[in-house]
Design a protein around this ligand. Structure first.
Ligand code: GLA
Length: 397
């Protein structure tokens, strides 16, 4: 009798939580792809810029290549009304209408807030209004929330009296609070944690509902910052899986301060990392080369591979790094990066052995930037890789 009762309660519990489990496992089954306003427009972003980005995502072919989230970053927030509900500021006259516009293009809308009273830009945060804000986002038709620590860091410092464990627990509770608020809306909203990777976010972010979590401080449109962030991701592969992604920040491709070869390194490295591909440039003014980089479907396929495994470093000898990423059906992507700076200012031959990337038989190889089949590789492969450049290969048994 006692055993039956226990089975009954277990079944009842499973029935209750199964919709939530289904929701969290299907959301962000591959790394989210889209666009975010911050890297190019920063605090100047307006409703018109977001509509123009949505238009460009369709006309450029980005939507059809998988970029579906149109994400408004900081500085959209206005005041709260008498009941405490958040209003957008004058740059965003009608958020529901904007969401409808974005949805009418077959795209999804993302928004931004903070667990603190103020966002990083000094606008209204969600502190003390988490349920109300989640309800408002759902009412508007929001599909994605980036939740940025910002001023909650001050609250943690003040209330933890310098105890890092207390501060860490407070941070997790703050993220869990918004997670619960989002669940209560019954709307699938991708949850993007942004706290710059502090306290090894990758170890606990999934337990507070994170579909993606920043692993680093902010990216900049420079070779040094991009490579510092990107290559620092070695060793994090085991924390990524369908629905749960390490996020080394948004793309800078096309923002103008790196060469096209450097942007190919950026795109290749993010694909090897199964990183979210969130473009951060002005989509209405893209050069043909920026389009070619963001829209390289073979590189996107490496990022979006349904196996959902992040790649990792195989070797690093000075500035020469080889990375590999497991793909479905026993295939692998292999990237040869030449990070050489002023002490190695030249294009250089680079090699790898098949056995170093886990193959014991010959494989078919394809170059994913030149789009050329290279035939069978037997034991090893050597290719000249330009300085600040990459060769990205798809290897199939
Ligand atoms: C932080 C985040 C950035 C951006 C800004 C907005 O710096 O890391 O990605 O959202 O805040 O203020």
């Amino acid at each position: 009798m006692f055993a039956y009762r226990r089975i009954f309660w277990l079944c009842a519990l499973l029935l209750c939580i199964s919709p939530l489990l289904a929701q969290s496992s299907t959301m962000a089954a591959t790394p989210p792809m889209g666009w975010n306003s911050w890297n190019h427009f920063a605090e100047k972003v307006t409703d018109a810029d977001v509509r123009a980005a949505a238009d460009a995502m369709v006309s450029s072919g980005m939507r059809d290549a998988g970029y579906v989230y149109v994400n408004i970053d900081d500085t959209w927030e206005g005041q709260r009304d008498a009941q405490g509900f958040i209003q957008p500021n004058s740059k965003f006259p009608d958020m529901k209408a904007l969401a409808e516009y974005v949805h009418s293009k077959g795209l999804k809308l993302g928004i931004y807030s903070s667990p603190g009273p103020k966002t990083c830009g000094g606008y209204e945060g969600s502190y003390g209004h988490e349920d109300q804000d989640a309800q408002t986002y759902a009412k508007w038709g929001v599909d994605y929330l980036k939740y940025d620590l910002c001023s909650y860091g001050d609250i943690m410092r003040a209330q933890s009296h310098g105890d890092p464990q207390v501060a860490g627990a407070m941070m997790q509770q703050a993220y869990e609070k918004m997670h619960q608020a989002l669940l209560k809306t019954h709307r699938p909203i991708v949850y993007s944690l942004c706290q710059y990777g502090t306290d090894a976010s990758w170890k606990w972010a999934p337990s507070v509902g994170g579909n993606l979590w920043r692993t680093t401080g902010d990216i900049k449109d420079t070779w040094n910052r991009m490579t510092l962030i990107g290559f620092s991701q070695a060793g994090l592969a085991r924390y990524a899986s369908p629905g749960h992604w390490n996020d080394p920040d948004m793309l800078e491709v096309g923002n103008g301060h790196m060469t096209d070869s450097e942007y190919r390194v950026h795109m290749s490295l993010w694909a090897m990392l199964a990183a979210p591909l969130i473009a951060g440039n002005d989509l209405s003014k893209m050069t043909p080369e920026t389009r070619n980089i963001l829209l390289n479907k073979e590189v996107i396929a490496v990022d979006q591979d349904p196996l959902g495994k992040q790649g990792d470093r195989v070797s690093a000898v000075g500035p020469f790094e080889v990375w590999s990423k497991p793909l479905v059906n026993g295939a692998k992507a292999v990237a040869l990066f030449n990070r050489s700076a002023s002490d190695y200012p030249f294009d250089s031959p680079m090699s790898f052995r098949l056995k170093d990337v886990g193959f014991s038989q010959p494989v078919h190889a394809r170059d994913l930037w030149t789009h050329k089949d290279l035939g069978l590789i037997h034991d090893s492969y050597t290719v000249v890789v330009p300085s600040h450049g990459v060769v990205l290969l798809l290897l199939k048994p």
